[in-house]
Design a protein around this ligand. Structure first.
Ligand SMILES: Cc1cc2nc3c(=O)[nH]c(=O)nc-3n(C[C@H](O)[C@H](O)[C@H](O)COP(=O)(O)O)c2cc1C
Length: 189
């Protein structure tokens, strides 16, 4: 049995600016979501939520949340950066916003609930990529914006946006990026 040519040995993200945001089959979106939430989750607490941003809602959030919040934070922004901010989410066909929503539990630490939310992000990313889509896990500045968090249904000061999983179509195969030297990060006890 060899891992060499399998999906996980070669998995690679495609940056959002290189995606083609044309339509993705509805059943593929459902498959990615259904498989994506099959993650380890101590106590089966489901301490995360996914908000699917698709169709008109990509433009809506770009124009009603991201751009006005950016302008508020950067009153002297250049025309170029305003143009970029006005189309952030529209780089993708669909964006899955993953919100970490920890709960009080007598035994399970919140840290583990946060980790499970990260696992949802990674799983959605891998599921989309395994179907041949371009996908990238992004936070950028607006994952840390309270107006974005609350618009997505998150509770201020409790919930956090773990990531936006951008999914679109590939224009070309991505080049390999620098990977860690395994001997520097892995050792045997
Ligand atoms: C939590 C998290 C947040 C990230 N946010 C950004 C970001 O805001 N901007 C960016 O360029 N890359 C960001 N990245 C990295 C991208 O996902 C990058 O494409 C990725 O490291 C490529 O790795 P891969 O080919 O192994 O999937 C983030 C990664 C993680 C895990």
């Amino acid at each position: 049995m060899s891992f060499e040519s399998s999906f996980f040995a070669k998995r690679r993200s495609v940056v959002a600016k290189k995606m083609l945001p044309k339509k993705i089959e509805e059943n593929h979106i459902k498959e990615i979501l259904e498989a994506g939430i099959r993650v380890p989750d101590h106590g089966a607490l489901n301490p995360w939520k996914i908000k699917v941003i698709i169709g008109d809602k990509l433009k809506f959030l770009d124009e009603k949340i991201i751009l006005p919040e950016f302008k508020k934070l950067n009153p002297n922004a250049s025309a170029n950066s305003l143009e970029l901010e006005s189309k952030r989410l529209q780089r993708a066909s669909v964006v899955f916003a993953v919100i970490s929503t920890p709960v009080d539990h007598p035994k399970i630490p919140k840290w583990e609930m946060r980790l499970s939310s990260g696992a949802v992000c990674m799983n959605l990313l891998s599921c989309a990529q395994s179907l041949g889509y371009a996908a990238q896990w992004l936070t950028e500045w607006y994952a840390y914006n309270d107006r974005m968090l609350t618009y997505l249904g998150g509770r201020k000061d409790l919930d956090k946006i773990s990531g936006f999983i951008y999914v679109g179509h590939k224009i070309e195969e991505p080049k390999e990026r620098r990977r860690p030297n395994s001997s520097e990060v892995i050792s045997y006890i």
